[in-house]
Write a protein that binds this ligand. Structure first.
Ligand SMILES: Nc1nc2c(ncn2[C@@H]2O[C@H](COP(=O)(O)OP(=O)(O)OP(=O)(O)O)[C@@H](O)[C@H]2O)c(=O)[nH]1
Ligand SMILES: [Mg+2]
Length: 203
């Protein structure tokens, strides 16, 4: 795959490579929060106020002061080092916007799928999408709301029936350093997938 192999080559040539990463997941898992936390440019958001009617459908937890929802996408940019810039595309989370995911995922080198273990049911569709309907390397990250890990990662893996080859991590994605760590995990996973498909020395 060009982006990951380019990024390895660019270390050798001193060239800058850019790559598209998708940040996906169900409603309210923290996608917009993650893009805003890490982006070095003002993140482009397409937030719309949630109505009282929507609040009945889009369940929120006490202590989470979420009043808007993404209706198209989030966009941000982060320079990882002098050879790699990541362009971040956050998906909308509400089911009525899921048809947009195909367009947002197109051309991405990898995806970070956020989950909220307090509402794991909101994550099943996203996991199912990346497992069956998207052809992009992906990893799963449990967003540690309030910084608390409520379940062992092995339990989360089992509950989501994640395939063994899909990495699973946990992070409080309000912290830029944590988001950077998660994004690097996506890049590394994508690179490993390419290396596995194209043996070194070929091409
Ligand atoms: N306490 C706490 N709140 C968080 C954390 N992550 C996100 N939030 C809050 O949770 C809410 C949801 O965050 P968003 O970033 O809007 O979620 P989203 O996934 O983009 O939501 P949609 O686009 O509507 O699907 C916001 O009010 C955030 O401030 C976290 O790690 N801890
Ligand atoms: Mg959002």
């Amino acid at each position: 795959m060009p982006a990951s192999s380019d990024s390895r080559d660019s270390h050798l040539t001193g060239q800058m490579t850019s790559a598209k990463i998708v940040i996906a997941g169900g409603f309210g898992v923290g996608k917009t929060t993650a893009v805003e936390a890490i982006s070095e440019i003002p993140a482009i958001r397409t937030e719309s106020w949630m109505t009282a009617a929507a609040a009945q459908i889009d369940r929120l937890d006490p202590g989470i002061d979420k009043v808007t929802t993404t209706v198209a996408m989030d966009f941000g940019r982060v320079t990882i080092d002098d050879s790699l810039v990541l362009y971040l595309f956050g998906t909308p989370g509400q089911p009525r916007f899921w048809p947009m995911w195909d367009d947002l995922v197109r051309g991405a080198v990898g995806a970070l799928v956020l989950v909220d273990t307090n509402h794991l049911e909101n994550s099943f569709a996203a996991v199912n999408y990346f497992e069956n309907d998207a052809d992009v390397p992906w990893i799963v990250c449990v967003n540690l709301f309030h910084g608390i890990q409520t379940h062992e990662l092995s339990e989360v893996r089992e509950a989501l029936t994640l395939p063994p080859h899909v990495p699973l991590i946990a992070a409080d994605i309000r912290e830029p350093r944590n988001v950077a760590h998660a994004l690097l995990a996506v890049v590394n996973h994508a690179t490993e997938r390419v290396t596995a498909v194209v043996p070194s020395g070929v091409g």
